[in-house]
Write a protein that binds this ligand. Structure first.
Ligand code: NAP
Length: 308
């Protein structure tokens, strides 16, 4: 049994508390040795104000988990890689495609693991959907990812700033699943709705086409009250598929084929341990590239101001 990987969490906020700390506490492959955050702290371990102080003060640490918003991830990842640490990055892995490409090159040069995590790919029914679609003829697909931003992202100013992705912050989760289970695709048309007082979109309608011509219609909306939808649908020769609940449940022609409890973050840390032990990296930029393309190709609509 190898020694546990000594890891620190950086950016102690919502996702660090909800998922990373509980997953690490239960994982024998990791030992949480420190945290760095300007305001947040973790009980029972040394806490530092920022990653620079952490890197100077905790030389025994082998890895960091970067849980801050994407605009601030690159500099932290670069500093950690240069210090010879393995790096786990929350999604989205950065604010631009090229900054993450550079991190990938740097990690290879320094011989450390870089993991650009996509938690939704580890949702319980995603693998079954991938297997189903791999052997089916797909006629059309659609993604409906509609949630109430007031409920899920209260007081998150960064998410409304350029580089915070707006509705693409949850939307990229859908794209991380779609790029895993559907054939390769590219954007042919996009419309992005920006509230007049915000720097990121509140809604987006995006049309993709797969390389064999299948249309994929995407509807992201943050103004959904009542029932929330995180669904990927496909019409196939094997029936009508609905992957719902953000990848939690797979239904074909009304019959449940797969459903299970949420183990996304424990599985992400399994994967990270495997990569570290295997001296490998895993940096798939496909979901981030699609978001970049939507911003590049998309028509910008100005819609009514949004207030929390
Ligand atoms: P958050 O709570 O708003 O931010 C996380 C922490 O990052 C903050 O507590 C803050 O800690 C630090 N931070 C904020 N602004 C910073 C800045 N300018 N410079 C350095 N650090 C800063 O956000 P979150 O919901 O945890 O999301 C963080 C990341 O996880 C995002 O990329 C998001 O997409 C992803 N994620 C979130 C969820 C979710 O359910 N919320 C789910 C999956 C993935 P200090 O102020 O203490 O430094």
């Amino acid at each position: 049994m190898p020694q546990p990987i000594r890891i620190a969490v950086v950016g102690v906020g919502k996702i660090a508390r909800d998922q990373h700390l509980p997953a690490l506490a239960r994982d024998e492959d990791f030992q949480l040795v420190a945290a760095a955050s300007r305001h947040g702290t973790v009980d029972g371990i040394p806490n530092f104000r920022d990653i620079e102080t952490l890197l100077e003060s905790a030389p025994e640490m082998e890895a960091v988990s970067l849980c801050m918003p994407p605009q601030f991830r690159h500099d932290a990842a670069r500093a950690a890689i240069l210090a010879g640490k393995h790096v786990f990055m929350e999604k989205p892995p950065g604010a631009t495609v090229s900054e993450v490409e550079q991190l990938k090159t740097l990690a290879a040069e320094k011989g450390v693991t870089l993991f650009a995590s996509w938690h939704s790919r580890y949702a319980p029914a995603v693998e079954a959907a991938r297997v189903l679609l791999a052997s089916a003829q797909i006629k059309a697909a659609a993604i409906n990812w509609k949630e109430d931003v007031r409920r899920w992202h209260p007081n998150q100013d960064w998410i409304w700033q350029p580089g915070g992705f707006g509705v693409f912050d949850p939307g990229i989760n859908a794209l991380s699943i779609a790029t895993h289970i559907l054939p390769p695709m590219f954007i042919t048309q996009a419309t992005l709705d920006f509230p007049e007082n915000r720097g990121a979109p509140i809604a987006a309608q995006v049309t993709f086409r797969t390389d064999n011509g299948i249309p994929v219609a995407v509807d992201f909306d943050w103004r959904q009250t009542g029932p929330q939808s995180w669904d990927i649908l496909a019409e196939t020769d094997k029936g009508s598929m609905v992957l719902s609940g953000g990848g939690a449940k797979l239904v074909v022609d009304g019959k449940i084929l797969q459903e299970g409890p949420d183990t996304e973050y424990p599985m992400l840390y399994r994967r990270f341990a495997e990569l570290v032990h295997g001296q490998k990296s895993d940096v798939d930029l496909a979901p981030l590239q699609h978001v970049a393309d939507a911003f590049m190709l998309g028509r910008r609509n100005v819609v009514e101001a949004f207030f929390d």
